[in-house]
Design a protein around this ligand. Structure first.
Ligand code: GDP
Length: 664
């Protein structure tokens, strides 16, 4: 055998083979051309072993030692990463300094602030560069879970051995299906509390407000677009003590009602069911009660323990009774609804945005302790600034905020995220940790254009959108919901997002990506509007997240290629051709399978080869028009299509249904 042939077989260069063989005991010359067949067979058989032997014999001792050391020391650290993760959470998981991680990201062309979410791919690239072995964290909602536990710890730790706990106002969250009247109810409650002479009783929108009933305060979480709150479910549940489930009397239990029940149950919150819209002529509160009972939520009046209050948010009926009921539930839950106002404050951010003049502004719900003007505050151990001023829900400046007070904080150095736990910094040295980077007045993230993302590479059609919202909570909720609109063929690609009104930049951005601008509770500036008209960029504004999502879903569905469903009907053998015209033929044949009806589509086949597709215009049996000819029958057929049919051909009849695909 030629040595070259053997080398080819072993997939090594001939030169290398000639070098290896003498070293491992096959005594052939370094210039040998031929090799004995038996020897060759042995070499092939033992090749992996021979290669290993050669390596062992030739590698220098130091190399070996180095290799050993390397295998000893390089045990990669493990990190589990969820589908998206905030930069600061990743830093925590990697136990790596936040500023260095941000620098590392920047090296990779990702300019992300500490609160920004990065996707799995980005996070895993940086993590592996830092020597981590990355695994996917499938636990879902773990960050939420962690935050929830952290808060509980903070609050419980505080309660332990604390003799100074006193009752605090209950915090109430309103949930339910879209259009069942959550907003209207929150408005109606607000109105009952207009104290005469008070600047019209108009509340500022800060994400929560308080009302006073019989000298007791009640705090209501009033998030914009309540569907947002459903997305932020554990956050909502975490801050609330009592849940109100709104069900419209004319619509009864709907999907989001069920979802809300699940959330309320899993958070173990006491629940008050409100049957709303009882003023409507088609209201049927009894049906709602029956539907509740069928879900094991038997109303009290039927002997169960589900509290049900009928109301009309529109007419204002039943609101007083509802507030009384909230106070009653508060009394029965009294042991849990307490706090120590003497402590430094701890609470959850329920709204956050960047104000052009005031910088980052956040609404915090104080959950324990009292927040005071001038307090230094931190989130997850990072210094966030000083409470320069505080405003209550009426927009009035306040000096102190006791437990259960929603309060707008001005003076933060960085914008917080909804759900963040903010606490007063006791260790003044922490001030040194001031983070200087994330103050972005414009608050628009243009840093990560993703038009040519993996999705596109995978031939996924993307709907490119620029998102703008009034507050961070809604923006986060919208993005979370949009990523859930999952389909193998189409996806939403958020190319830029930000808080505040829609700008020319947004339009420009959408234009270059052939996308559109979606606004939630925001408007385009005049110049943005003009530019949009000029560039033919669509700007859509929404007041309800649900509507925005429905609209995006419909757009995605339009992008899906329709599905064609073919149903085979029958086959006919052509026995004679009677007439042949330009685009028509009249033929005779026998049905050999199924049935042949008029108006069916047909494939014309000659020896199994399809040569044309046409339509059966008419079917006749014994010269009489029929609605079908069945197996065994002979019939005449007028065919429309390419006139290529000859005797002996087979016509296959079928129908085709075009079905537009849906996104679940
Ligand atoms: P949300 O999506 O649950 O916040 O629902 P909204 O509060 O926006 O209410 C949806 C629609 O129902 C609005 O047109 C309201 O005016 C109307 N609505 C809400 N409550 C009542 C009510 O008690 N009676 C009647 N007739 N209409 C109501």
């Amino acid at each position: 055998m030629n040595v070259t042939e053997l080398a080819r077989k072993l997939k090594v260069p001939t030169k290398e083979l000639l070098e290896i063989l003498p070293v491992v005991g096959f005594d052939i010359g370094r210039r040998a051309i031929k090799i004995d067949d038996r020897q060759a067979a042995r070499i092939v058989e033992q090749w992996p072993k021979l290669k290993a032997k050669y390596r062992e014999l030739t590698s220098p001792a130091e190399d070996k030692k180095a290799a050993e050391i390397k295998t000893e020391t390089v045990v990669p650290k493990q990190v589990a990463i969820p589908p998206t993760i905030r930069v600061k959470d990743l830093a925590e998981r990697l136990k790596y300094p936040l500023s260095k991680l941000m620098a590392e990201l920047m090296k990779n062309g990702v300019l992300a602030s500490m609160n920004e979410e990065i996707d799995f791919d980005t996070a895993s690239i940086v993590s592996s560069e830092l020597g981590y072995e990355v695994t996917a964290d499938q636990s879902g909602g773990q960050a939420e879970e962690e935050a929830s536990q952290k808060l509980e710890q903070l609050l419980i730790k505080d309660k332990d051995g604390d003799k100074n706990l006193i009752p605090r106002p209950p915090v109430v969250v309103v949930m339910g299906h879209v259009d069942h009247g959550k907003t209207k109810l929150l408005d109606a409650i607000r109105k009952t509390n207009v104290i005469e002479g008070e600047s019209g009783g108009i509340t500022q929108h800060i994400g929560a407000y308080q009302v006073i009933k019989k000298d007791n305060a009640i705090t209501f979480i009033d998030t914009p677009g309540h569907e947002a709150f459903t997305t932020m479910r554990s956050r909502g549940a975490r801050v609330a003590d009592i849940a109100i489930l709104v069900i419209a009397a004319d619509d009864s239990i709907q999907p989001q009602t069920k979802e809300s029940i699940k959330i309320i149950k899993s958070a173990k919150l006491p629940m008050i069911v409100v049957i709303n819209k009882i003023d409507k002529p088609d209201a049927n509160p009894e049906r709602v009660k029956q539907d509740l009972a069928s879900l094991n939520l038997v109303p009290e009046e039927w002997g169960g323990n589900t509290i049900v209050v009928p109301i009309s948010a529109k007419a204002g009926t039943g609101i007083d009774e509802l507030l009384d009921m909230i106070l009653l539930v508060t009394e029965t839950e009294r042991v849990h609804i307490t706090a120590n106002p003497a402590k430094p404050a701890v609470g959850t951010i329920i709204e956050s945005h960047v104000d052009k003049g005031e910088g980052p502004v956040a609404t915090m719900l104080v959950q324990n302790g009292t927040l005071k003007r001038g307090d230094l505050v931190e989130i997850s151990g990072s210094f966030y600034g000083k409470v320069r001023s505080m405003k209550d829900y009426k927009g009035q400046d306040i000096e102190t905020a006791p437990p259960s007070t929603p309060v707008k904080i001005i003076g933060l150095k960085a914008s917080a995220s909804v759900g963040d736990i903010l606490q007063v910094t006791l260790d003044v040295d922490k001030k040194k940790k001031v983070s200087k980077y994330q103050l972005n007045q414009q608050a628009v993230d243009y840093s990560r254009p993703r038009e040519t993302s993996d999705q596109e590479k995978k031939n996924v059609k993307t709907l490119n959108v620029v998102l703008r919202s009034d507050v961070l909570g809604s923006l986060e909720a919208i993005i979370a919901s949009l990523t859930k609109l999952d389909h193998p063929e189409v996806a939403v690609n958020v190319i830029a997002k930000g808080l505040g009104n829609i700008t020319e930049n947004d339009v420009q951005r959408a234009a270059s990506a052939e996308g559109l601008v979606l606004g939630f509770h925001v408007k385009p500036t005049q110049s943005a509007d003009l530019l949009a008209r000029d560039k033919k960029v669509e700007i859509k504004n929404y007041e309800i997240i649900y509507k925005l999502l429905e609209d995006v879903k419909a757009r995605l569905e339009q992008m899906l290629t329709p599905e064609v469903i073919r149903t085979d009907l029958g086959r006919l053998k052509v026995l004679a051709v009677f007439r042949k015209e330009d685009k028509k033929m009249v033929i005779g044949g026998q049905v050999i399978d199924g049935r042949i009806p008029p108006m069916a589509k047909v494939d014309v086949k000659e020896d199994k080869f399809k040569k044309a597709t046409g339509i059966i215009a008419q079917v006749q049996v014994n010269k009489v028009k029929v609605t079908e000819a069945v197996k065994g029958q002979e019939c005449g057929i007028s065919y429309e299509g390419k006139p290529v049919i000859v005797e002996g051909d087979i016509l296959e009849a079928y129908t085709e249904e075009i079905r537009t695909k849906k996104i679940q």
